[in-house]
Design a protein. Structure first.
Length: 676
């Protein structure tokens, strides 16, 4: 329109008729040009709009495919709204309220992220935090979100007015990366801290790396020991004739490894495993080694106990077979209940019910069982399958004694889905429960037996070493002494320790014969009065403390009877030996008498005494009231075995600690002749 006045001025000099025509022409041309320009502009605007829509559609699809969320945070109003997807409520959420949906440990990360964008420190920034995807419900459904933020500024603004945040759920990726890292760290720790020596060799047999255990087993002089790193695996003496470098095969074997250059001499378990590429080319060789020297020693040590373990396993297996037999042939009944009729029907076969019972009667059979309460309102309790072991009055067994039963119940419904009743099985497992209890006791006894044998071995080692050390030590000192009195004292000590060692050996032999088939008793005619005097003279020498008096009570000048004199002397010896250990003042009195066809033998002392709770246990194996007193804890158990073998009794009487004690044995014997 600004062009037309110039044309009009130019035509002012043209005659009126011609100028009028030209004016009309010019106006038409200008109109056409203006229309064309406007049309072209409209087309360009429409094309730009279509491109924007297309771009928007592409971005929308991209956001949808990536499961992204786009939020806008109005900094002035401190309010966030959804731009894409519904991460927030429809009306948005206050900034402070949105912080409650971020994990407490990650809030400072998000706050620092927003602070950097608001302060203008960065126009774009990223952070990762945990977001409660359940929203305002706050169920703690945490997801890892990667937030890419962009600050939007007003015209010539210093501080941004909006922050656009694109959130991408990275939970699966982060968890996968974490799992992969944990797995890598785990295998790295396994490799380095494994109890097995591990190493990797290249395809030419050159050592690449080893773990610490490998270096310990093969005595590496340094982490990169040149002996192992400079020599090929194929040239090692152990593998020289076993491995072919052209075709490496997997090997597994045990051998005694000897490497003179590094002082290796041990039994090892080795495995060689080649790793090939897909094209069949050798990639590397893995080598593992395990020192089994200690295992071999343990095997040799435990071999002696294999018989006891086998017998225990056979006993356990026998009990398991018995239990399995009881389970296969258990006494059971099928039942079916009707909640509408409040009746329970019992079946021994699938035909006619064997018996029936109303719920009120049925309730009385249960004792403190969930079924008892459930039968009051069966529709609420038996709507799901139930299995209960219950102690109850028997349904179909004689007697009124309570018995163990397993009740399996399953609900059944009519065609409309209404609960009608339940059906199942009642199994009497009273015998099975009792068998399980006996099995438990036998297993505990087997475990106690193994533990006691371990204690026995430890005690034997200590008890035998003590007198041996004294014998060896004083024997070395004896040649250096010049005084006859000192030599006699040393000889006395050596003889006491020899006697102590002999008693230990006798106890071991006695307990071994007891385990092998019991103690044999060989009665013979003997003058027990003289035998008693002889053993007392020998035992008197064992009382070394001057404050303790040894008293002998022999009521007969001659007492000829028939019994196993050696076994009786063994009992007397053990009684007196125990009394000597625990008596430090007062007296030790040994005596006997014949009464009612029995020989009654006793040993009375004024020692430390025995508490009431230990008086029954004192005759068990390995029982010692004082662990610091020398002994194996076998003597009294051997005495009890002798008493049992002679069909006699044995016991102890004591008022308690510090009151002394009296050990006695009473065995039947035949009197031949007795003189006072």
């Amino acid at each position: 329109m600004t062009i037309l006045p110039s044309y009009i001025q130019a035509l002012a000099t043209i005659p009126l008729d011609v100028s009028s025509v030209l004016m009309v022409v010019v106006i038409c041309i200008a109109f056409i040009i203006t229309w064309a320009v406007n049309r072209i502009s409209l087309l360009r605007i429409r094309q730009s709009t279509d491109k924007i829509k297309e771009t928007s559609t592409i971005m929308q699809h991209t956001l949808n495919m990536g499961k992204n969320f786009v939020l806008m945070l109005d900094i002035r109003q401190r309010h966030a709204v959804n731009i894409h997807s519904n991460l927030l409520p429809d009306d948005g959420m206050a900034y402070e309220e949105s912080l409650e949906l971020i994990h407490p440990d990650d809030r400072h990360i998000y706050q620092e992220f927003i602070k950097r964008l608001i302060s203008g420190e960065k126009e774009t920034d990223e952070c990762i935090f945990r977001w409660d995807i359940s929203g305002i419900q706050k169920l703690g459904q945490w997801r890892y979100m990667e937030d890419r933020g962009i600050a939007e500024y007003a015209n010539a603004g210093i501080r941004p007015i909006h922050i656009f945040c694109t959130l991408t759920d990275r939970t699966e990726q982060i968890l996968m990366e974490r799992d992969e890292q944990e797995m890598a760290d785990k295998y790295r720790r396994i490799f380095e801290q494994s109890l097995t020596g591990l190493a990797f060799y290249d395809k030419d047999g050159r050592l690449l790396t080893t773990n610490q255990k490998m270096r310990e087993i093969l005595n590496f002089q340094s982490e990169k020991d040149p002996y192992y790193y400079n020599n090929s695996l194929f040239d090692m003496p152990t593998f020289r004739d076993l491995l072919n470098n052209r075709n490496v095969e997997e090997l597994y074997f045990c051998t005694k490894s000897i490497i003179i250059e590094r002082g290796v001499n041990c039994y090892t378990e080795m495995r060689v495993h080649p790793i090939y590429k897909d094209d069949g080319e050798l990639y590397c060789i893995t080598f593992s080694i395990r020192d089994v020297s200690q295992e071999r020693e343990l095997y040799l040590q435990n071999k002696k106990n294999s018989l006891d373990i086998r017998l225990a396993n056979e006993a356990i297996q026998q009990y398991e077979n018995e239990i399995q037999y009881l389970m296969d042939t258990c006494n059971m009944r099928f039942f079916r209940t009707s909640f509408t009729k409040r009746q329970c029907y019992f079946f021994k076969t699938l035909g006619t019910p064997e018996s029936q019972m109303d719920f009120d009667t049925l309730i009385d059979h249960f004792v403190d069982s969930p079924f008892r309460q459930g039968l009051i309102e069966p529709e609420k309790y038996f709507d799901v399958p139930r299995t209960t072991v219950t102690y109850m009055h028997p349904f179909f067994h004689e007697g009124e004694d309570l018995q163990w039963n397993i009740v399996d119940s399953t609900p059944y419904f009519d065609e409309n889905g209404h609960l009608e009743g339940s059906y199942g099985v009642v199994r009497n497992v009273n015998d099975l429960i009792n068998k399980q209890e006996r099995l438990k006791q036998e297993t505990e006894r087997a475990n106690d037996s193994g533990r006691l044998k371990s204690v026995f071995m430890a005690n034997m080692t200590h008890e035998i070493r003590t007198p041996l050390n004294s014998i060896v030590g004083f024997s070395d000192v004896l040649p250096m002494l010049t005084s006859q009195e000192e030599k006699q004292e040393i000889i006395r000590i050596i003889m006491n320790n020899c006697d102590m060692l002999m008693r230990l050996i006798n106890d071991i032999l006695a307990i071994s014969s007891l385990d092998a088939g019991g103690i044999s008793i060989e009665p013979a005619e003997v003058d027990f009065s003289k035998s008693f005097d002889d053993i007392c003279e020998s035992l008197k020498e064992r009382v070394q403390e001057p404050s303790v008096e040894f008293i002998k009570d022999n009521p007969y000048s001659s007492f000829i009877t028939i019994l196993d004199d050696k076994r009786i002397q063994q009992v007397i010896t053990d009684f007196v030996t125990n009394a000597v250990k625990y008596t430090h003042q007062g007296h030790i009195k040994v005596g006997y008498r014949y009464e009612d066809g029995h020989l009654y033998l006793y040993c009375e002392d004024t020692g430390t005494g025995i508490p009431k709770e230990y008086q029954k246990k004192i005759f068990e194996r390995f029982v010692k009231l004082n662990d610091f007193v020398q002994g194996t804890g076998l003597g009294l158990s051997i005495c009890k075995a002798i008493a049992d073998a002679c069909h006699g009794d044995i016991g102890v009487e004591s008022e308690g600690e510090g009151q002394g004690s009296t050990f006695w044995i009473r065995i039947p014997c035949e009197e031949v002749k007795k003189e006072r």
